[in-house]
Write a protein that binds this ligand. Structure first.
Ligand code: NAD
Length: 248
């Protein structure tokens, strides 16, 4: 039996990068997957290339869009067993140079988006009275301060925290809530960073990683699969780091 047989999973930010990889891995383990994003063309293409996946537009900042998408998925599939709050943006900028508008945009997508997803999907999960799993994608920046990423770091700490609070509230309903903390992962988000584009800087960056390489989306997807499946049925409220050993 596959690890997600019969399960329905909703993944935000699933048009590309880690979210798309999780979609591919989940369906290969028996799940039906709904990928959502604001990149509609890329999302349709990604979902179209995966058996048992579909795509829907969802800007995670919008409560009405969350309600519409969750309603549609419930009408079509009758259940949502797994939610992966994966959508996110980075902002590489000194705190003193960050405008209020930039700060609020990062908060709206990374933090408010995660809150809205948990809130909207949990109502469907609670009434379903079955084991469910919510996985919130934080970052190593949700466990330690990262210079020149103050806004991003703040939102990722918030994701770490809301995960722990929700786990305490919803354990009684069989809803597990955990966070995943990727390190340096090679995706469209990081493709323009010098640690990925400049071979010399990349070698230096990789030397700071005990396992000696940058991470790939599949490294994160494997952890997310574990947390989505019943193999992690006694884990909730926890922060799972996948960073090649950077964290102490
Ligand atoms: P990515 O940029 O490839 O994927 C992020 C996705 O989120 C994109 O498809 C993007 O369109 C989508 N998105 C952005 N704004 C959105 C919105 N308002 N509504 C819905 N979707 C939106 O990057 P990734 O590396 O795959 O990132 C996935 C998650 O992993 C993010 O939460 C990111 O913060 C986190 N993360 C990434 C790294 C890394 O090194 N790549 C490290 C730590 C954490």
């Amino acid at each position: 039996m596959s690890r997600l047989d019969g399960k329905v999973a909703l993944i935000t930010g699933g048009a590309r990068g880690q979210g798309a990889e999780e979609g591919r891995l989940f369906t290969s383990h028996g799940a039906t997957v709904v990928l959502t994003d604001v990149l509609d063309e890329e999302g349709e293409q990604t979902a179209g290339a995966i058996d048992n996946a579909s795509y829907r537009h969802l800007d995670v900042r919008s409560e009405s869009e969350w309600e519409a998408v969750v309603g549609e998925v419930m009408a079509e599939h009758g259940r949502i067993d797994v939610l992966v709050n994966n959508a996110g943006i980075d902002l590489v900028k000194k705190l003193s140079a960050t405008t209020l508008e930039e700060f609020e945009r990062v908060v709206a997508i990374n933090q408010t988006g995660t809150f809205l997803g948990m809130k909207t999907v949990a109502n469907a999960m609670i009434s379903a009275e079955q084991p469910c799993s919510i996985i919130n994608i934080s970052s190593v920046a949700g466990l330690q301060g990262v210079a020149n990423h103050a806004a991003y770091t703040g939102t990722k700490f918030a994701v770490t925290g809301i995960t722990k609070a929700a786990a305490k509230e919803w354990g009684r309903y069989g809803i597990r809530v955990n966070s995943v903390h990727p390190g340096m992962i090679e995706t469209p988000m990081t493709e323009d960073l010098r640690a990925f584009t400049d071979p010399e800087i990349r070698v230096k960056a990789e030397r700071t990683v005990p396992l000696g390489r940058m991470g790939q989306s599949i490294d994160i997807a494997n952890m997310v699969l574990f947390l989505a499946s019943e193999e992690s049925s006694y884990c909730t409220g926890q922060a799972f780091t996948v960073d090649g050993g950077i964290q102490p």
